[in-house]
Design a protein around this ligand. Sequence first.
Ligand code: GLU
Length: 558
Amino acid sequence: MSTLKELADLIFPDIKLGVSDLEKKYPPRTLPSGAEVSRFAPSPTGFLHTGSLFASLVGRKFSEQTKGVYFFRLEDTDQKREIEGSGLEQINLLNKFGIVFDEGYLGTSEKGEYGPYRQSQRAEIYKIVIKELIKKGRAYPDFCTKEELDALRQVQEANKVVPGYYGEYAKYRNLKIDDAIAFIKEGKPYVIRFKSLGDVNKHIKVVDEIRGELLLSQNNQDIVILKSDGLPTYHFAHLVDDHFMRTTLVIRGEEWIASLPIHVELFETMNWQRPKYAHLPVIMIVDEETHNRRKLSKRKDNVAAVSYFLKQGYPIEGIIKYLYTIANSNFEEWLTNNPKGDISTFKLSFEKFSLDGALFDLPKLNNISKEVLALYSKEKFTDLALKYASECDPKLKELIEKDRNKFEQIINIEREIEKPRKDYERFGDVLPKILFFYNDEYDSMLKNADLPFNEFIPKKIIGEFLLDAVENMDLSKDESVWFESIKKIGLNHGFADDKKVYKENPDKYNGWYSDCISLIRIALTTTTVSPKLFDVIKILGKEEIKRRFSLVIKKYDC
Ligand code: GLU
C-alpha cells in the first residue's frame, strides 16, 4: 500500500523544499509594534474600479498611520480573464492619487524581500505548501470531470441541498492512495482540493476591524486550491501570500466575508496566525430606472471607473476627500473645520467607519471638488489645469500655453480672497466658461450667437448706450467707481439709477441700471452669466471692448 508521501512526490516530483524553508526565507518583519502591513491585491482583469481606489486609499492610510508597510501584489492567477497591461495601468493611476507602494510588483520591476509579488510567479511556493498538505492528508487530487461536476450539481439541486463539493458529495475525497496514484499515472486530469474538517452546523467567531465580532458557520467545502493549470485559487493564494508576505491587516471588499470560514480553516490547518480583517462596504449607487440601490456596475456606470473622474477633470484632492467622506463618518466635520487642511493630518479609524453610507453621491463629490478648486492659488490651479488639459483637453492646453499670464488672470477672478468664488467643479468646466475671453473665440461665438438682449429695449438705445459706455465708463479706480459711472451713463439713455424709481414708473424708462450691466455683459460675453463683469472688463481692456461693441452693433444693426 502506498503512502501519502509517495502520492505527494508523484504529484510534485520537483518540489524539494518544505514549508520550514519558506518560513526561513520570508521571516517575520521587524517593525515597530502596532505597525500594519497591508496590501493592494488587484486582479489584472480591467480598469481601476472606484471601489479599488477606495480600498487602496484606506489601506495606504492605515499603513502610513502605523508606520507600517503597504505593498502591491498582482493576483494574476486567472489567465483567461487577464487583460494585458491592466496591472501597470492600475499602478499608474494609483500613483496619481499619491498612492505609492513601499514594496511589491511595481509594473515593470519588483521591490522588496517578500516577492515575487506576482502570483503567476509564485507557483513553486504554493506547491511547497500543497505538497505538505497532501502529506498530512489535508489535500487530495480530485479527478472529477466537468460532466461529473454538472451531474453532482443537478443531484444537489433536485435534493435541495447546499451545492458544492463536500462530505458525501466529495467523490474523490476518500479515494485510496493506490487508486489516486494509478489515475495520475494513467494521465487522468485532476485538480487539488483541500480536505475540510469543518461542520456547517458549528460556528466560528471572527473579529472584523470594522464590523466587530462576526458569527459564521464553519466551512465544510473541499475547495479547489490548485487548478489544473498549476495556479492556485484566490482562497489558497490569500493564505500562502498573506502569510509569507507577513501581512497583518487584510483590507478588502465585503464580498469576501462569505469566504471567511474557508480562510479561517485554511489558516488553522497550517497553524498560522491569521491577519486581521477589515471588510469595506461596497460602494452602491441608486439605479436610475428602478430607484433601488445596487453595486456600481462596470457596464452601466461610468463612475465605476476611476479614469472617468480624471477625464472629467475632477481634482485628485477632491476625489480623495470625497472618498474619505464615504470612509469615516467624522471626516465631513473635519473638512468643514479644516477646508485648507492637509488630509494627511486626518486620522482614519475603523471605529468611525460608515457601513451604510457607502452610497455614491455625485453632487457631494461636485461640491467638494468645487471647494477644493476654489481654494487653489492661481498658480496651482493653472499647473493642474495644464496637466489635465495636456491629457484631455487640447484646446485648453493651447490657450494656457499661448498666454499663461492671461489664463491666470482669468481664473484669478474672485480667487485668492477670503471667500473665493466657486466657479468650477472640475477642470473640464473651465474651457466653456472662459472661452469668450479670447478674441478669436469670441468672434466665432458671436457669429453663431443669438444675443439674449432684453427685447423691450430698442436696438438703437442698446447701440448708443454701449458706445457711450465704452468711451465714458470710469476704469481708473475700483469697482464701485466704475459702477457709479455706468449708472450715470445709463441715465443719459433712459435707464433709471434706482430700482424703486424704475418700478414705480416703468413706462418712463428703458430699464434700470441692472439692465445696463446686463447689456454690457451680453455684448462682451454673448451670454447672461459670467464672472464678475468689472474684472472681465479689466482683462479685456478698452480697445477690445470697443471692438466687441462695434461687432455687436453691426451684427444687430443697432
Ligand atoms: N484579487 C482580489 C480582488 O481583486 C483581492 C482581494 C483581497 O484584497 O484579498 O478582489
